[in-house]
Design a protein. Structure first.
Length: 640
């Protein structure tokens, strides 16, 4: 008899060699129908796994978050069979899941093209409709190596498996693949799917190896989930910040400086609006602002630990025969500023912010518009405090972070707490105090968070802020990191109450992360339809004919006197053409003026994204627009 303990604490006894599926059936037919896999003693396994020992077991149903991954991976097997069926010369390499889908790397001399996807999908559909069972076949490593003799890819895969038992999976038909599993019980459990794309990929990312073909696919629980996903992808394409940035003249890249953004005049207006807001709110939260050099002596980076841990990502230069490094982080500079004065516990907490320009090397293949660049401005800050002050400081940083995110219209965030990694410095006791300070600050704010066990930096635990944009894409932006190492390395001290010198706690934190990347995210989140306070231009005055040009100029001056960013379109074009042009430039307010408006000192306002026009006195329009800028209102609509 095997005694099975269920998540609710109850136990069920089963005959030896009963399977997880039989257990699900015993619990209830509904559960058996929805079952996808099992979690046995914390490890995911097939439903067909025989149960011989006393174990903790949970049935994974289609509703569980792990189920989607198991189903997608199973779909990768089906895609592999379909490809091998169409191109029998295919050699399979490996097929893991990725965010929103899966891929399979294959070695095939003939190139697969998007035209071929339908053929692959049809074959996959056939396999899925046949509802064939996935079957696990186990053997020893030696047997597996003999079975796969001559297959360099799969033989290599076996070398990466640390278990003495090697498993293969078949799915009916003659197809079989080396895999550790688990899979859905039958191919019929695979949801709506699509073959998405094909790209070149080197084996193990090694450019000296043969170029493989990486075929991407996606699979979802329901047709609606798949449709929504495809729609989000379409929408993301339309919102691509690289395309919008070029079209709206916000920024550019040039072969003269790969990975280094050129911000144009309109992009700088957005940039400066963010900086103004950032300065204002940091002032309110009690921060000072400093600026430290970009180039610092190499010695400093030996001391900070960057030389040992980060050298590959740094740029170096020589001045008068002495080696210098371009800073990848602002912390060492911040430490040098700290050391220019004596400090007492009375000055703590000391919050020092810096919009620091940092350079980090990125391989040319991974750079992506503003999202991944080699030079960026980090909204950095370092807080120096005593251990008992940590928790209150963390609470304050969390409040500041949320206030900033909400100002930009982001409401969905989630938080992850990363704890002590295996390789770390500092006493366990200090780790416990700091990790507790981070988690109790989150508890105090009643913020749910996920724990990433062992994922902290080697010098201290950290909290990461992830936010979701309107296309449900998650972005890691802010971070709070406690540091026990750097203050010591740099010999930072303060005089405590008892007149002894102590080492302060150093908290590193960034809210937006990189200004460049954040602007890229804003462009895509808003599809460049920025709220008024961030818009490069607030309004354009559009006279309906030459006769009202004078009035248009008068309105323009009134707006400019009120410091609104605006211009007037006095061209010979018809007013509808002028409106279409302003629309294409995503200008929030188009102020149409004719003789009627001139007589009444009004403007006829067309608001971006709204159908209804509204006539309003010029003074009133100015007042409304200014209030929206002050309040950072996202909605452009107004009551006259
Ligand atoms: Zn598999
Ligand atoms: Zn730092």
């Amino acid at each position: 008899m095997a005694k099975i303990k269920l998540p609710d604490g109850s136990t069920i006894e089963l005959d030896n060699s009963s399977t997880a599926r039989q257990l699900a059936e015993k619990i209830g037919p509904n559960l058996a129908k929805q079952a996808i896999a099992a979690q046995i003693n914390g490890k995911l396994a097939d439903l067909s796994t025989p149960l011989n020992d006393d174990v903790d077991l949970r049935i994974i149903t289609i509703k569980d978050p792990q189920a989607l991954d198991i189903m997608r991976h199973s779909c990768a097997h089906v895609m592999a069979e379909a490809i091998c069926d169409i191109w029998p010369d295919t050699k399979l390499v490996y097929g893991p899941t990725v965010k929103d889908g899966f891929y399979y790397d294959i070695d095939l001399d003939e190139s697969i093209h998007p035209d071929d996807f339908e053929r692959i999908e049809n074959k996959m559909r056939e396999i899925i409709e046949q509802d064939r069972p996935f079957r696990r076949n186990e053997m020893t490593r030696q047997q597996a190596l003999e079975k796969l003799a001559g297959d360099k890819y799969k033989t290599d895969n076996i070398k990466h498996v640390d278990s003495p038992v090697i498993s293969f999976y078949s799915q009916g038909g003659g197809f079989e693949d080396l895999c550790r599993g688990p899979h859905v019980p039958t191919t019929g459990k695979i949801g709506p799917f699509k073959v998405m794309s094909v790209a070149g990929a080197y084996w193990h990312g090694d450019p000296t190896q043969k170029m493989l073909q990486r075929v991407y696919g996606t699979a979802w629980q329901t047709q609606k989930d798949l449709d929504d996903y495809l729609e989000r992808l379409e929408e993301a394409k339309k919102r691509d910040h690289r395309i919008l940035g070029k079209r709206l003249d916000l920024f550019s890249f040039n072969q003269a400086a790969p990975g280094f953004a050129f911000m144009h005049a309109k992009g700088m207006i957005i940039w400066n609006a963010i900086v103004d807001f950032w300065r204002d709110i940091h002032d309110r939260y009690g921060y000072q602002e400093i600026k430290t050099p970009i180039i610092l002596n190499e010695e400093l980076w030996h001391k900070s630990g960057h030389w040992d841990n980060y050298k590959e990502n740094m740029y170096f230069t020589d001045i008068d025969g002495i080696s210098y490094a371009i800073k990848p982080m602002n912390c060492p500079g911040g430490c040098l500023v700290y050391k220019t004065r004596q400090h007492s516990y009375r000055q703590f907490p000391m919050r020092v912010a810096e919009l620091g320009l940092v350079h980090r090397h990125e391989a040319s293949g991974v750079m992506h518009g503003l999202f991944r660049v080699r030079q960026f401005t980090q909204d950095d800050a370092h807080i120096f405090c005593t251990p008992p002050q940590i928790e209150a400081e963390i609470v304050s940083v969390i409040e500041l972070t949320f206030e900033i995110y909400r100002a930009f219209g982001f409401e969905d965030f989630h938080i992850e707490l990363s704890t002590k990694p295996e390789k770390h410095i500092g006493a366990d006791e200090i780790w416990d105090i700091s990790t507790n300070a981070l988690s109790s600050a989150l508890d105090y704010k009643k913020i749910p968070f996920k724990i990433n066990e062992g994922d902290g930096a080697f010098y201290g635990p950290k909290i990461d802020f992830h936010l979701e944009d309107c296309l449900k894409r998650s972005w890691q932006l802010g971070t709070i990191q406690l540091d026990f190492s750097m203050p010591q390395r740099f010999g930072l001290v303060y005089t405590d109450k008892d007149n002894t010198e102590k080492t302060p706690v150093m908290i590193h934190r960034a809210v937006l992360g990189s200004f460049e990347r954040f602007i890229g995210i804003l462009i895509e989140h808003y599809a460049a339809n920025f709220p008024l306070w961030l818009s490069p231009q607030h309004a354009r005055v559009l006279p309906i004919s030459e006769k009202t040009n004078d009035y248009a100029l008068k309105v323009l001056h009134m707006l400019k006197d009120a410091r609104l960013r605006c211009d007037a379109d006095l061209s010979d074009e018809k007013v509808n053409a002028k409106i279409a042009k302003a629309h294409a430039e995503k200008i929030p307010y188009m102020l149409v003026v004719g003789p009627k408006e001139a007589d009444a000192a009004t403007v006829n306002v067309r608001t971006r994204g709204l159908k209804q026009n509204k006539t309003v006195a010029v003074d009133r329009f100015i007042q409304l627009a200014k209030q929206k800028i002050i309040d950072k209102t996202i909605d452009l609509d107004f009551q006259p």
